[in-house]
Design a protein around this ligand. Structure first.
Ligand code: G3H
Ligand code: 13P
Ligand code: NA
Ligand code: ZN
Length: 328
């Protein structure tokens, strides 16, 4: 059944687990996520970005998620809009039947320009008023996502600030977070604690201090009733990078957020963990390997099925690691 994010994250908070929020763009991703949730008895958050709507078309995306709900009626599903850049974008998603929206007022409508606090409060408060009247949850964002190692926002053509950020922008201020939640009434808050979008988060193997766990603790202590969200939470599996590069890919050395650090965040109030890049890497590795090993094959179902298996296994691993499993 389709439920609101508030309801799902309240349960996660009560029982102390986290929920991966996977981005969906196509049938194979949707099926992989649902099969993984079914296998592990996990609740599901699927999210659609502006890029996903552009790729699949809003009606296809909507019906893909509704089809998942129909085929797996015993699994609770949140249909979430990722990185809405204006109240109008959120309004359209609510009209489409989304049960949760993100109003990302930390950046301007271009998705790239860092905005000031007052702008963020204004657009987020307006989105919350509209959404709550429809029983829809809202995720806000305060701070600018950026890698504490490189100072970069990460994504080049998607959502993210351009140029180098300073450390103050990259760590959400706990007092400001408390003020922001009070002024906007968001259900969940995306915080900047050292993560960035995309595959290029860190240039060196992580040494266990990728995230500012200390900052997560401080924010959680100030706003214990607000569910914290971690964007840019892909772990960039080295195994998949090796497969990709073994079969013709050229992805330079790069590292993501270790799963163990995410688990630490979940112990301190993180409830929603956004993952997109990991599914992209698994898909690409699976296709490259299949194509290389089966050069005469031309039925797309053959290689797309490989992507389902690869993504499903990754989803199962995250559901188990984050404690989501067993909570559907
Ligand atoms: O927040 C970024 C997500 O990975 C979505 O990426 O805009 O390319 O769909 P996208
Ligand atoms: P990744 O690029 O780390 O997968 O993050 C995805 C995300 O935050 C979507 O909003
Ligand atoms: Na989101
Ligand atoms: Zn994001």
């Amino acid at each position: 059944a389709l439920i609101s994010m508030r309801q799902m994250l309240d349960h996660a908070a009560e029982y102390g687990y986290g929920i991966p929020a996977f981005n969906v763009n196509n049938l194979e991703q949707m099926r992989a996520i649902m099969e993984a949730a079914d296998a592990t008895d996990s609740p599901v958050i699927v999210q659609a970005s502006a890029g996903a709507r552009k790729y699949a078309g809003a009606p296809f995306l909507r019906h893909l998620i509704l089809a998942a709900v129909e085929e797996f009626p015993h699994i609770p599903v949140v249909m979430h809009q990722d990185h809405g850049t204006s109240p109008a974008v959120c309004q359209r998603s609510i009209q489409l039947g989304f049960s949760s929206v993100m109003m990302d007022g930390s950046l301007g409508e271009d998705g790239k320009t860092p905005m000031d606090y007052d702008y963020n409060v204004d657009v987020t408060r307006r989105a919350v008023e509209m959404a709550h009247a429809c029983g829809v949850s809202v995720e806000g964002e305060l701070g600018c996502l950026g890698s504490l190692e490189t100072g970069m926002a990460g994504e080049e053509d998607g959502i993210g600030a351009e140029g180098k950020l300073d450390i103050e922008q990259m760590l959400t201020d706990p007092e400001e977070a408390a003020e922001f939640v009070k002024a906007t009434h968001v259900d969940a808050l995306a915080i900047a604690i050292g993560t960035s979008h995309g595959a290029y988060k860190f240039t060196k193997p992580p040494t266990g201090d990728t995230l500012s766990i200390q900052r997560i603790k401080e924010i959680h202590a100030r706003i214990p009733d607000t569910h914290l969200v971690m964007h840019g939470s892909s772990s960039v599996p080295q195994e998949w990078l090796e497969v990709i590069n073994q079969y013709g890919g050229q992805i330079p050395e790069t590292y993501g957020v270790p799963v163990e650090e995410i688990i630490e965040g979940i112990k301190h109030g993180v409830r929603k963990v956004n993952i997109d890049t990991d599914l992209r890497l698994a898909s690409t590795g699976a296709v490259r390997r299949f194509m290389a090993q089966n050069p005469s094959e031309f039925d797309p179902r053959k290689f797309l099925k490989e992507t389902v298996t690869a993504m499903r296994d990754l989803c199962i691993a995250r559901y188990e690691a984050f404690g989501t499993a067993g909570n559907a």
